[in-house]
Design a protein around this ligand. Sequence first.
Ligand SMILES: C[S@@+](CC[C@H](N)C(=O)[O-])C[C@H]1O[C@@H](n2cnc3c(N)ncnc32)[C@H](O)[C@@H]1O
Length: 193
Amino acid sequence: MYGLDPSEAAMAAASRFREVEASSLLELGAGQGRDTFHFVGRGFDVTATDFTDSGLEAIKTQAADRGSVVRCLNHDVRRPLPFPDDSFDACYSHMLFCMALSTAELDSLVAEIRRVLRPGGLVAYTARTTADAHYGAGIYRGDGMYENGGFVVHFFGPELVERLSDGFEIIDRFEFTEGELPRRLISVTMRKP
Ligand SMILES: C[S@@+](CC[C@H](N)C(=O)[O-])C[C@H]1O[C@@H](n2cnc3c(N)ncnc32)[C@H](O)[C@@H]1O
């Protein structure tokens, strides 16, 4: 759905993760794996999760075709992450945080990411922002969410970015665009102390 090439966010995150010598990487909302294989190609040991089986099947097929190893897991991020404490060096998530997840669900999700990251581990996430053309358009679903074309998006403003950084140190943030709308996004990288 989002093309075959890795996103700008994945390329930036891979460089950041390398700086802290990350190896084990948890990807949340991997979709059909356009970014998954960018990380695999750079030597990361990737666990890819999504709650859609079709995407995970596409990743498994591609992994088999390429002779790569990717652990795939169907998981809904509204539930606790099924991994032990301190089990990943890094976590990456592109455009999952801005899906139909309430602020309370996002709070729980970042707490879970913090739990499964090792001390010093990094999380890089992206989300569509309140500068996006779809913000304020369509049907308002409450809690900063708007529905356009049957698709609910939670648009991020600076307050939400700050709120989700609780217990982390923000080490990098930048805005970028993607696609034809274009979608307006923020990328945030945070370190677990
Ligand atoms: C906008 S797509 C981005 C996919 C991929 N990261 C990319 O950039 O190509 C969001 C992804 O999050 C997944 N997703 C949405 N809500 C989810 C949830 N509650 N738990 C797990 N995955 C979810 C969707 O299935 C979809 O694959």
